[in-house]
Design a protein around this ligand. Structure first.
Ligand code: 4NP
Length: 170
Protein backbone atom coordinates (compact mmCIF):
# COMPACT_ATOMS: atom_id res chain seq x y z
CA UNK A 1 0.00 0.00 0.00
CA UNK A 2 1.03 3.65 -0.30
CA UNK A 3 3.31 5.03 2.38
CA UNK A 4 4.87 8.46 2.65
CA UNK A 5 8.63 8.34 2.66
CA UNK A 6 8.85 11.97 3.92
CA UNK A 7 7.14 11.18 7.23
CA UNK A 8 8.07 11.20 10.00
CA UNK A 9 10.44 14.14 9.43
CA UNK A 10 12.42 16.42 11.79
CA UNK A 11 9.67 19.05 11.44
CA UNK A 12 6.93 16.53 12.23
CA UNK A 13 8.47 13.77 14.31
CA UNK A 14 5.11 12.08 14.77
CA UNK A 15 3.15 10.38 12.02
CA UNK A 16 -0.39 11.74 12.11
CA UNK A 17 -3.18 9.29 11.36
CA UNK A 18 -6.90 10.14 11.08
CA UNK A 19 -9.52 7.38 10.85
CA UNK A 20 -12.79 8.39 9.17
CA UNK A 21 -16.23 6.76 8.93
CA UNK A 22 -19.71 8.23 8.47
CA UNK A 23 -20.92 9.00 11.99
CA UNK A 24 -17.66 8.88 14.03
CA UNK A 25 -19.42 6.85 16.73
CA UNK A 26 -18.85 3.22 15.63
CA UNK A 27 -16.10 2.24 13.19
CA UNK A 28 -13.61 5.10 13.30
CA UNK A 29 -13.57 5.39 17.12
CA UNK A 30 -12.91 1.62 17.17
CA UNK A 31 -10.09 2.01 14.62
CA UNK A 32 -8.62 4.91 16.61
CA UNK A 33 -8.74 2.93 19.87
CA UNK A 34 -7.45 -0.31 18.33
CA UNK A 35 -4.59 1.38 16.46
CA UNK A 36 -3.52 3.28 19.61
CA UNK A 37 -3.66 0.05 21.61
CA UNK A 38 -1.55 -1.84 19.06
CA UNK A 39 0.98 1.03 18.91
CA UNK A 40 1.18 1.02 22.72
CA UNK A 41 1.71 -2.76 22.80
CA UNK A 42 4.52 -2.35 20.26
CA UNK A 43 6.12 0.50 22.26
CA UNK A 44 5.48 2.87 19.34
CA UNK A 45 2.65 5.06 20.68
CA UNK A 46 4.96 8.09 21.05
CA UNK A 47 5.54 8.03 17.28
CA UNK A 48 1.91 8.64 16.37
CA UNK A 49 -0.81 11.27 16.69
CA UNK A 50 -4.07 9.35 16.27
CA UNK A 51 -7.58 10.75 15.90
CA UNK A 52 -10.93 9.97 14.25
CA UNK A 53 -13.73 11.90 12.56
CA UNK A 54 -16.91 11.40 10.53
CA UNK A 55 -17.93 12.66 7.13
CA UNK A 56 -21.41 13.31 8.61
CA UNK A 57 -22.29 15.77 11.39
CA UNK A 58 -25.22 14.02 13.15
CA UNK A 59 -23.19 12.82 16.13
CA UNK A 60 -20.86 15.75 16.77
CA UNK A 61 -19.96 15.91 20.45
CA UNK A 62 -21.33 12.44 21.23
CA UNK A 63 -19.39 9.58 22.84
CA UNK A 64 -18.96 6.37 20.83
CA UNK A 65 -22.00 4.10 20.38
CA UNK A 66 -22.43 1.95 23.52
CA UNK A 67 -22.08 -1.23 21.42
CA UNK A 68 -18.70 -0.06 20.09
CA UNK A 69 -17.49 0.82 23.60
CA UNK A 70 -18.65 -2.57 24.88
CA UNK A 71 -16.85 -4.60 22.24
CA UNK A 72 -13.71 -2.52 22.72
CA UNK A 73 -13.80 -2.99 26.50
CA UNK A 74 -14.16 -6.77 26.02
CA UNK A 75 -10.78 -6.56 24.28
CA UNK A 76 -9.25 -4.34 26.97
CA UNK A 77 -9.59 -1.07 25.06
CA UNK A 78 -11.29 2.12 26.28
CA UNK A 79 -12.75 4.41 23.62
CA UNK A 80 -12.35 8.07 24.51
CA UNK A 81 -13.26 9.94 21.32
CA UNK A 82 -16.06 12.48 20.91
CA UNK A 83 -17.86 12.74 17.58
CA UNK A 84 -16.55 15.38 15.23
CA UNK A 85 -16.84 16.06 11.53
CA UNK A 86 -13.80 15.89 9.27
CA UNK A 87 -12.58 19.37 8.20
CA UNK A 88 -10.48 20.81 5.41
CA UNK A 89 -7.81 21.58 8.02
CA UNK A 90 -7.50 17.86 8.73
CA UNK A 91 -5.99 17.51 5.26
CA UNK A 92 -3.12 19.80 6.26
CA UNK A 93 -2.74 18.30 9.72
CA UNK A 94 -2.74 14.56 9.02
CA UNK A 95 -0.28 12.48 6.98
CA UNK A 96 -2.73 9.58 6.58
CA UNK A 97 -6.51 9.89 6.27
CA UNK A 98 -7.87 6.35 6.49
CA UNK A 99 -11.43 5.64 5.31
CA UNK A 100 -13.59 2.82 6.62
CA UNK A 101 -15.45 2.33 3.33
CA UNK A 102 -15.59 3.42 -0.30
CA UNK A 103 -18.41 5.94 0.21
CA UNK A 104 -16.36 7.81 2.78
CA UNK A 105 -13.23 7.38 0.65
CA UNK A 106 -14.94 9.25 -2.21
CA UNK A 107 -15.80 12.18 0.07
CA UNK A 108 -12.26 12.29 1.43
CA UNK A 109 -10.63 12.09 -2.00
CA UNK A 110 -12.71 15.07 -3.10
CA UNK A 111 -11.66 17.05 0.00
CA UNK A 112 -8.02 16.12 -0.63
CA UNK A 113 -8.26 17.43 -4.21
CA UNK A 114 -10.03 20.62 -3.11
CA UNK A 115 -7.44 21.38 -0.45
CA UNK A 116 -4.38 20.44 -2.52
CA UNK A 117 -3.32 18.20 0.34
CA UNK A 118 -0.55 15.64 -0.01
CA UNK A 119 -2.01 13.41 2.71
CA UNK A 120 -2.30 9.73 1.84
CA UNK A 121 -6.02 8.91 1.60
CA UNK A 122 -6.64 5.16 1.64
CA UNK A 123 -9.07 2.43 2.68
CA UNK A 124 -8.29 0.79 6.03
CA UNK A 125 -8.74 -2.70 4.63
CA UNK A 126 -6.19 -2.05 1.89
CA UNK A 127 -3.59 -2.55 4.63
CA UNK A 128 -4.85 -6.10 5.31
CA UNK A 129 -3.30 -8.39 2.69
CA UNK A 130 -5.89 -11.07 3.48
CA UNK A 131 -8.98 -8.83 3.41
CA UNK A 132 -11.97 -10.41 1.66
CA UNK A 133 -13.61 -7.05 0.95
CA UNK A 134 -12.84 -3.34 0.58
CA UNK A 135 -15.16 -1.94 3.24
CA UNK A 136 -15.46 -2.16 7.00
CA UNK A 137 -19.21 -2.88 7.12
CA UNK A 138 -21.37 -0.29 8.87
CA UNK A 139 -22.66 -1.99 12.06
CA UNK A 140 -24.92 0.89 13.17
CA UNK A 141 -28.25 -0.62 12.12
CA UNK A 142 -27.34 -4.22 12.98
CA UNK A 143 -27.16 -6.05 16.29
CA UNK A 144 -24.27 -6.32 18.74
CA UNK A 145 -22.84 -9.39 16.99
CA UNK A 146 -21.97 -7.13 14.06
CA UNK A 147 -19.69 -5.12 16.32
CA UNK A 148 -17.50 -8.12 17.21
CA UNK A 149 -17.13 -8.94 13.51
CA UNK A 150 -16.30 -5.31 12.75
CA UNK A 151 -13.80 -5.25 15.63
CA UNK A 152 -11.98 -8.27 14.17
CA UNK A 153 -11.89 -6.69 10.69
CA UNK A 154 -10.56 -3.42 12.11
CA UNK A 155 -7.93 -5.08 14.31
CA UNK A 156 -6.55 -7.13 11.44
CA UNK A 157 -6.31 -4.10 9.17
CA UNK A 158 -4.83 -1.91 11.93
CA UNK A 159 -2.12 -4.53 12.47
CA UNK A 160 -1.29 -4.26 8.78
CA UNK A 161 -1.36 -0.47 8.89
CA UNK A 162 1.00 -0.34 11.90
CA UNK A 163 3.34 -2.76 10.16
CA UNK A 164 3.37 -0.79 6.91
CA UNK A 165 3.68 2.78 8.17
CA UNK A 166 7.21 4.22 8.34
CA UNK A 167 8.68 4.19 11.83
CA UNK A 168 11.68 5.72 13.53
CA UNK A 169 14.32 3.18 14.45
CA UNK A 170 16.31 5.28 16.94
P1 4NP B 1 -20.19 4.83 11.85
O1 4NP B 1 -21.70 4.28 11.96
O2 4NP B 1 -20.09 5.55 10.52
O3 4NP B 1 -19.36 3.59 11.88
O4 4NP B 1 -19.98 5.74 13.05
C1 4NP B 1 -22.80 5.11 11.80
C2 4NP B 1 -23.26 5.87 12.86
C3 4NP B 1 -24.38 6.66 12.70
C4 4NP B 1 -25.03 6.70 11.49
C5 4NP B 1 -24.56 5.96 10.42
C6 4NP B 1 -23.45 5.15 10.58
N1 4NP B 1 -26.21 7.50 11.33
O5 4NP B 1 -26.80 7.47 10.25
O6 4NP B 1 -26.58 8.23 12.26
Amino acid sequence: MFVRMDHPSPAHPKTRVLFVCLGNICRSPLAEGVFRHLAEEAGLAHQFDIDSAGTGSWHVGEPPDARASLVASKHGITLESRGRQVTREDFQRFDYVIAMDRDNLRVLERMKAETGSDAVVALLRSFDPEADGDDVPDPYYGGSSGFEQVFQIIRKACRGLLEQLPKQTA
